[in-house]
Design a protein around this ligand. Structure first.
Ligand code: NAD
Length: 453
């Protein structure tokens, strides 16, 4: 264990105490007053858009911070949101209002910020609308569903001077920052190759027949910017393997590892090219997004691969005692590990707060820094930035760059598993018209993001 690691642990402990005391302070709050926050002492008024598991977790986490109130819980499905409505009413002593159209919250001058935790195909439009309405935004990962719309999110954030924090929470983990410092300090030598793993378990995916939309669900609003189709439970309740809504496990878990890797490497600009090979090898599913993808990115100075899929259940995500405790993982069977190969040493870097270890010849661990699951820093960082107006840890610009790695790879797969050359300055492909046709989805009329946001 190095001195740096010990220092880092002390920092973690003191940060943990700070967060705990913030939470304790929240319990003493009287009924919130609804006014635009100007300083650290002022009340912040938020709205939750998308009251599923992740949205509810954020609302609970943020509402326990001092001076934060959720005025609205918005969901287009009446079945969703009852639990978090009740929990918020207890924490705030002031019940939030249940709405089904996010524009009610966006039109409300009292609302400072929105938390967007809908499926991915809504992220960009909701973010652009929110910025246009003068609201700050916390938007979940993967921030966009296409390269073009991700750029529009950046433009909207900058044009309207909005805080836009993305749910790539690893960026708030102190161990991610120490990994970045370690690599920038040259201790791995020159970086020559990076391997990003996302080797998860899964099962055969079966298509489901169309059916009646459940009572209380506004299916047209759920589709939003995506093409109009009949209600299908396989789309509604399992939107991940459809190009129109997400982009598979690459846009899901792998987007976290890709973003963490970019951060550790000092946020390199877009790669020069991408090649994605893949298929429905294991289960022979009829999924649009394949069960397995093997991707190579060319960064000029180094290469990066990403292996992502759903058929290797003997590998596993990091367990609780690794995420929240002192235990190190067994790296070869860690499903969401990153390997960064320098000319001097190899860094294993883990998501979920796992930490990093550097090994040299014979597997000797020569440096390490243990982590902790980073939500506890990421949510307060957003709230702090609403008041300080500083850039958040996962600002939309770098998050967009990370999301582009997902979109580039999926595009390569979709145009026939072709190597695509990417012009980072214009965010266009320079050797494939079919790939450029996938840069921007064909939005429905009333759900369009304008060219000039
Ligand atoms: N950062 C992380 O670690 C992490 C973890 C889990 C999920 N996520 C992300 O969070 C998002 C939500 O995931 P989830 O697991 O909570 O999904 P979920 O299906 O449980 O919840 C999504 C909710 O959004 C609602 N919704 C859809 N369109 C809407 C609209 N236009 N307006 C209002 N509500 C709308 C749905 O009815 C649903 O209740 C996804 O983007 C997912 O990738 C991130």
């Amino acid at each position: 264990m190095t001195n740096k690691s010990i220092t880092r642990r002390r920092f973690l402990e003191s940060s943990g105490k700070a967060t705990a005391s913030l939470a304790a302070g929240a319990a003493l709050l009287s009924v919130p007053q609804r006014a635009r926050a100007q300083s650290a002492g002022d009340q912040l008024v938020l709205a939750l858009i998308g009251a599923g598991g992740r949205g509810a977790a954020h609302a609970m986490g943020m509402a326990q911070l001092p001076g934060v109130e959720f005025k609205y819980v918005c969901d287009i499905w009446k079945d969703r949101g009852a639990g978090i409505m009740g929990d918020l009413a207890k924490i705030q002593k002031c019940a939030p209002q249940r709405i089904s159209d996010m524009r009610v919250a966006l039109d409300d001058k009292e609302v400072d910020a929105v938390v967007i935790a809908t499926p991915e195909h809504w992220h960009a439009l909701a973010t652009v609308w929110a910025c246009q309405a003068g609201k700050d935004v916390y938007v979940e990962k993967n921030p966009s569903n296409s390269i073009w719309e991700g750029r529009k999110m950046v433009e909207a954030a900058r044009k309207y001077h909005r805080i836009v924090q993305v749910g790539f929470q690893n960026r708030s983990g102190p161990y991610a920052a120490s990994a970045r410092e370690y690599i920038a300090g040259g201790k791995l030598g020159d970086i020559v190759h990076v391997k990003v793993y996302n080797m998860l378990s899964g099962a055969k995916w079966e298509p489901k027949p169309d059916g009646e939309a459940p009572a209380g669900l506004d299916w047209d609003a759920w589709l939003g910017p995506a093409p109009e189709v009949s209600y299908n439970p396989g789309r509604h309740l399992d939107w991940h393997p459809w190009w129109d809504y997400k982009g598979g496990t690459l846009a899901d878990d792998a987007s976290h590892q890709l973003d963490l890797t970019r951060m550790a490497l000092g946020d390199p600009p877009h790669p020069k090219s991408v090649l994605c090979i893949g298929g429905n090898y294991a289960f022979k599913s009829q999924r649009q997004v394949p069960e397995f993808q093997c991707i190579t990115y060319d960064y000029g100075d180094f290469s990066m691969t990403c292996e992502s899929g759903n058929a290797t259940g003997y590998l596993s995500k990091f367990s609780g005692d690794v995420r929240y405790g002192d235990k190190w993982p067994h790296w070869p069977t860690a499903a969401t590990r990153v390997e960064i190969y320098g000319t001097k040493a190899l860094m294993y870097l883990g998501r979920h707060g796992c930490g990093w270890q550097v090994v040299a010849e014979g597997g000797r661990v020569i440096d390490q820094d243990k982590g902790y699951f980073p939500d506890k820093w990421h949510q307060p960082n957003f709230i702090d930035c609403l008041r300080s107006r500083k850039q958040p840890n996962s600002d939309i610009e770098q998050a967009h760059h990370s999301a582009c790695l997902v979109h580039m790879a999926n595009t390569s797969y979709r145009v026939g598993q072709k190597q695509l050359m990417f012009d980072g300055a214009t965010e266009h492909f320079s050797n494939n018209d079919a790939a450029n046709a996938l840069l921007k989805p064909a939005y429905r009329n009333h759900y369009r993001i304008p060219e000039a946001v």
